[in-house]
Design a protein around this ligand. Structure first.
Ligand code: ADP
Ligand code: MG
Length: 502
């Protein structure tokens, strides 16, 4: 076997085609597939029955021969192998698992596992048995080692078949509907066994009709009529059904944008939703002062332009093809977009959530050029909290260590005067923050904060650690927060006992 650079893809498939000659004429089962699989990936291959999944992977395993195209696995040109070469290569490099387990009925479980080692003259005799027992242990089948396949259940046979596929320690495992013939509980067991293998470094290609399982792997390849549906489209719209994905892939035309050219512009009225299929796209926002800052870079599979459609407004950011190279995007107009979200409640919810998050980022970034990665890692699992008018968020005199970002609404800042009655000293509105003083050494709250009359307040709460991370990530944020805190403190001192005009 050629030793290939470990950084190159494990599998490279170029323009792979399979045409069957049938009495009714030529039938193209696989029509120009281009795919690369990296080492350690767990790839699910999905698609309707008859779409060409088995034909596709049978060419990878060498069970079937391509009509045209190339298959390279770890430097070996599978497409050019004759049967003998293929058998020798496969025996040492590939494990195969089928829907029907195909164990030798006259051999015991243990013998079934030893067989591939014998056939490929791998390991010594005693090692073979030891290895086989070890593999059976891995799939929890040691107790059945001396039984015949007919004496065990389907799920158990499949576990044995997996142990057999692993007999020669192959770096690549290919499975065609390995759980197709099993109940869901047993299927789950097989799947988690695959997850363990991937965690230990095996690359797995698994054909499955089970969309739930497919969602749990690194990567999904959807095949329709012998072709791969753009993977990034599938990723971007992963909440759609396979049929919806196939349907939409037929109706769209990718557009190419040259490096640095704008795809959408802040301030313009937007009527299209975009999915990035190839290349990178940079997102810029104009700060109120006029400067333009890059807030994020989008990768294939990510979308943009959804805010304008859902919010019905103007573009809140500019998105350009990155200077590294052209970007390929698909644009969906309002009608196509609306029918998409009408058809899929989960897509709608996902997009609404995204709009919400991006709105938040946007406001906070405008506030102080926060680093998008730090911000998103902090805000990832945060649900904004909404308080009604009059709700007391902070009480003067309490010990507090929470910092608040005000996403929407308005709050009053009040302090007690000498007569112990409350005086309004400030009002804080959306896009700003409060509670910072307690984080900056002043452990007791020196004012009360309450949701303003006629408003609600939508907040994100940050703990000390999170606040520190934001501080560390952005000079601008630091300057802004400390500057504001200083000003507020002075204002507090000046107006204590006086109040401001309501
Ligand atoms: P899948 O695994 O996605 O269900 P297959 O790869 O088995 O699909 O089949 C793809 C298409 O190719 C089907 O329409 C099938 O009927 C056809 N096909 C598969 N094998 C042959 C063959 N040996 N001769 C002719 N047609 C075939
Ligand atoms: Mg099949």
């Amino acid at each position: 076997m050629t030793v290939h650079s470990p950084t190159s893809p494990l599998i490279e498939i170029k323009n792979l085609c399979k045409v069957y000659q049938t009495p009714a004429g030529d039938f193209t089962a696989v029509n120009g597939i281009n795919v690369e699989v990296q080492r350690g990936e767990f790839v699910a291959i999905i698609g309707k029955s008859g779409s060409g999944k088995s034909t596709f992977i049978n060419m990878i395993t060498g069970i079937d021969h391509p009509t045209s195209g190339e298959i390279w696995i770890d430097g070996a040109s599978i497409h050019s192998f004759n049967e003998g070469q293929m058998a020798a290569w496969r025996g040492r490099n590939l494990g195969i698992v089928f829907q029907f387990f195909q164990l030798f009925p006259t051999l015991t479980i243990l013998e079934n596992i030893i067989l591939p080692m014998e056939l490929n003259k791998l390991y010594s005799k005693s090692e073979r048995k030891e290895r086989a027992m070890h593999l059976l242990e891995k799939v929890e089948m040691t107790a059945q080692a001396h039984k015949l396949p007919s004496a065990i259940s389907g799920g158990q046979q499949q576990r044995v078949a997996i142990a057999r596929a692993l007999a020669n320690d192959p770096p690549l495992l290919v499975a065609d509907e390995p759980t197709g013939n099993l109940d869901s509980k047993t299927a789950e067991k097989i799947f988690s066994l695959f997850e363990d293998l991937v965690a230990a470094g095996t690359t797995i290609l698994m054909v499955t009709h089970d969309s739930d399982l497919a969602r749990r792997v690194n990567r999904t390849i959807l095949i329709s009529d012998g072709e791969v549906v753009n993977e990034y489209l599938v990723r971007a719209l992963s909440t759609l059904t396979q049929d919806q994905l196939v349907e939409i892939s037929r109706t769209i035309q990718p557009q190419i944008f040259q490096p640095n050219s704008a795809i959408i512009r802040q301030g313009e009225k937007g009527d299209k939703f975009y999915i990035l299929l190839n290349g990178k796209a940079d997102v810029y926002i104009h700060k109120p002062g006029g400067s333009e800052i890059q807030v994020s870079q989008l990768k294939p599979g990510q979308y943009f332009g959804e805010m304008a459609l859902l919010g019905g407004g103007v573009r809140s950011a500019t998105v350009k093809a990155s200077q590294d190279g052209p970007a390929s995007v698909v644009a969906l107009d309002e009608k196509a977009f609306n029918s998409l979200i009408d058809e899929s409640r989960s897509l709608r919810e996902e997009l609404m959530g995204l709009v919400e998050r991006r709105n938040t980022y946007h406001q906070l970034q405008t506030l102080s050029s926060l680093d998008e990665h730090v911000l998103s890692s902090i805000l990832k699992d945060k649900e904004p909290i909404v308080h009604k008018e009059g709700h007391e968020i902070i009480k003067q005199g309490d010990v507090g260590d929470t910092f608040y970002l005000l996403l929407d609404g308005q709050v009053d800042v009040l302090v007690k005067d000498e007569q112990d009655s409350e005086v309004l000293v400030n009002q804080i509105s959306r896009g700003s923050f409060f509670g910072e003083m307690a984080l900056m050494g002043n452990k007791r709250r020196n004012a009360t904060v309450r949701v303003s009359k006629g408003h609600s307040a939508k907040l994100i709460e940050l703990g000390v650690g999170e606040f520190d991370r934001l501080e560390d990530s952005s000079e601008d944020f630091r300057t802004h927060v400390y500057g504001a805190a200083g000003a507020r403190k002075r204002q507090l001192e000046n107006t204590r006992g006086q109040g401001i005009e309501k």
